[in-house]
Every structure is written in structure tokens, then in C-alpha cells.
Design a protein around this ligand. Structure first.
Ligand code: ATP
Ligand code: MG
Ligand code: FE
Length: 347
């Protein structure tokens, strides 16, 4: 069965066609990054309006690229939350309308489940069970994943997400939005050893994180440097490298602890920060003595995209968690859940 999936939770409009037997057929993405850059962050109203403009052309593109017509589509999937309410509603209304008009089932998908299962799009794909390190702009979580829909939260951030820490520090350093890729690029020219930044909760004895103190530490250093006239491009590069090192250190250490505690030998990394090459490199090193293996989604599918939503829907159908033939409940047809804990979704 072919599933047409839609993602619109934040500032990316993503559409994809996934076959439950053959996997990803095609996907298309429009990122609003340039549009929001002037504002230093996502403007929700602009995001919603742009999703409206993009969703139909992207859907046409995806069908054409896969050589499909609407007659071939067996189900529609969409991100039902969490995310920006207005942005979510665009994708949900479009998908639900399409489903209703074509008499197709509509499959609501939790955005984090999309991220979480996206490493299964990699070749080779990891087998269950595994640890998932979910590191995105809004979340930092370690989870035990025993199967599709079987997620146990082991630890999470108590304040800022890892991606948020990248973004906020990048802003302090005068880099563009989103800050993660810009900070990582600048870090390549810096020397991390010139600044020892805190590793929050490294020895907390649990699998929780805290990143909000990091930006304060960077701010303090910047202020001191400014007062002493030492606010140079070299300082920014050194602080970028030190920030990246501090975030990566904590993520890798806690990921290794999660593997040790559970005795599992596979870990997947999902979400935008999973695109960070330093994280990939350092995690690989840390896993060697544990004889564990890391899996990542393809680089282009780390940040938000439609492929992960259509793919998660296909996994749910294949696991028997969504029956496309069952009568559809219509009372929630146009509702989205801007706040939605992954622990609440049923297996
Ligand atoms: P959520 O999924 O939690 O709702 P989101 O969808 O905004 O949040 P993603 O799209 O998964 O998050 O990821 C975006 C985040 O990833 C941003 O914070 C961005 O700075 C960060 N990011 C992207 N590429 C890199 C990179 N190479 N290094 C570090 N961070 C990165
Ligand atoms: Mg985004
Ligand atoms: Fe996301």
C-alpha cells in the first residue's frame, strides 16, 4: 500500500510517498529557514501561511517523481503534533481533506515517532530493541525502543534541548538562524581547549540532561572578553568549538550509560542534532569498547521531513497498529495536539 505523508509541525513543509512493502519512493521538502532568518527564529503566523502555499505543489512533485497518481495512494498520513498549532493545522486539514475526498484512511502521526523511526530508513536498518537518542530543536531524550509503538523514556532534558543550546549559543556568537549548522561550521576553525565550559549533569547518576547553563557560561565569557577588548573572530570560533564539545560530551556519555544500563548493543540517533558530524564521530569512538553499533538516518532526513512521517505510518500499518480497513473515527478529524507526550501514544 502506498502512503502519502505530510509534515508541517514547524518551519519545514515535507511530503513523501512510502510503500509499506518497498519503503521510501520519493520525498520533497521546502524549508522556510530563509524566510524566518530575518527574525532570528520561527514566526508562527508566517510559517502557517507558507505551509498553505507549499503543500499542494510539493504533493504533486512527490507523486510525479514516483510516477504515481492519486489513484495509487492507499492512505494519507500527517503530523498531528507536537508543534505549532497553526502550522500543524495546515498539514492536518490538507491531509484529512484529501483522505475524505478520496475515501482513504488518514493516519495521524506523532512527530517524535517520525524522528525516532527515521534511522530505520538507513541501510542497513537496526533491529529492535535499541536505544534511541532523540536530539532535536525541541527535545533531548533517551529512549528504549522495543518495537514500533513500544517506547520507554529513560531520561530527558530538564530545560533546553540540545538543538536549542546550539541555536541559543549561536545567536550569542552572532551567527545566523538556525544556529546548529552555523555553530558546527565555525567550530571547525576554533580550539575547544581554550575554554573549559561546564558539562551539566554529566555525573548526575541518571540519564537526564540540562543545557540551559551552557549559554550563560558562554555569555559570561563573551562579556569578559568584550570588557577586555578581546572579542575577536578567533574567540567566537574557540567558543563555538568549546560549546559543541560540551554538548557532544554530555550526549555521548549519557548515550553510553544508557547502553550499559540496559545491556543493549544498538543505538540510533535521530533529530536535527544527529546531523552533527562531531557527535557522530565521538559516539562511534565511545561505542567501540562497548561493542555497540550506532545507526543514523540519512543526513538529509535528520531534520524535519515528510519521509519520516509517511514511513512511521507505514511501520504502524505493517505492525498492525493501524488498520486501514477499519472505520475511521471522524470526531477528531481536524484536531491537532500542539503539546503531546510521546509516552501517551498507544502501541
Ligand atoms: P522537534 O522535533 O523537537 O519538534 P525540530 O523539529 O525543530 O524540533 P529538528 O528539525 O529535528 O528539530 O532539528 C532542528 C535542530 O537541529 C535545530 O536546533 C538545529 O540547530 C539543529 N541542527 C541541525 N543541524 C545541526 C548540526 N549539524 N549540528 C548541530 N545542530 C544541528
Ligand atoms: Mg526546522
Ligand atoms: Fe522535528
Amino acid at each position: 500500500m502506498i502512503i502519502l505523508g505530510f509534515e508541517s509541525s514547524c518551519d519545514e513543509t515535507g511530503v513523501a510517498a512510502v510503500c509499506t512493502e518497498r519503503g521510501l519512493l520519493s520525498h520533497a521538502l521546502h524549508t522556510q529557514v530563509a524566510m524566518h532568518a530575518d527574525f532570528g527564529g520561527v514566526v508562527p503566523e508566517l510559517a502557517s501561511r507558507d505551509h498553505i502555499r507549499r503543500v499542494l505543489p510539493l504533493a504533486r512533485e512527490v507523486l510525479a517523481e514516483a510516477g504515481l497518481t492519486l489513484d495509487d495512494v492507499g492512505a494519507v498520513a500527517y503530523t498531528a503534533g507536537p508543534g505549532l498549532a497553526g502550522a500543524l493545522l495546515v498539514g492536518a486539514s490538507f491531509a484529512q481533506s484529501l483522505a475524505w475526498a478520496r475515501g482513504l484512511p488518514a493516519i495521524p502521526i506523532h512527530h517524535l515517532e517520525g524522528h525516532l523511526l527515521s534511522p530505520l530508513l538507513a541501510q542497513p536498518a537496526p533491529a529492535f530493541p535499541f536505544i534511541a537518542l532523540l536530539v532535536s530543536g525541541g527535545h533531548t531524550q533517551l529512549m528504549r525502543v522495543d518495537g514500533v509503538g513500544r517506547y520507554e523514556l529513560l531520561g530527558e532534558t530538564l530545560d533546553d534541548a540540545a538543538g536549542e543550546a546550539f541555536d541559543k549559543t549561536a545567536k550569542l556568537l552572532g551567527l545566523g538562524y538556525p544556529g546548529g549548522p552555523a555553530l558546527a561550521a565555525l567550530a571547525n576553525h576554533g580550539d575547544a581547549s581554550r575554554h573549559s565550559l561546564p558539562r551539566p549533569m554529566l555525573h548526575s547518576g541518571n540519564l537526564d540532561f540540562s543545557f540551559s547553563g551552557l549559554k550563560t557560561a558562554v555569555l559570561t565569557r563573551l562579556k569578559t572578553a568584550r570588557e577586555q577588548g578581546g572579542d575577536t573572530p578567533a574567540l567566537a570560533a574557540d567558543l563555538a568549538a568549546a560549546t559543541q564539545d560540551a554538548i557532544v560530551d554530555v550526549l555521548v556519555a549519557k548515550a553510553a550509560q544508557a547502553l550499559k544500563r540496559t545491556g543493549l548493543k544498538r543505538i540510533v540517533v535521530a533529530g536535527g542534532v544527529g546531523a552533527n558530524l562531531k557527535l557522530r564521530e565521538r559516539l562511534a569512538l565511545a561505542l567501540r569498547p562497548l561493542k555497540a553499533e550506532a545507526f543514523f538516518p540519512p543526513l538529509s532526513l535528520c531534520t524535519d521531513n515528510g519521509a519520516m512521517i509517511a514511513f512511521a505510518a507505514a511501520q504502524r500499518v505493517n505492525a498492525g497498529l493501524f488498520d486501514p480497513k477499519a472505520p475511521q473515527a471522524t470526531e477528531h478529524a481536524f484536531s491537532v495536539r500542539p503539546r503531546w507526550d510521546l509516552a501517551e501514544i498507544s502501541a
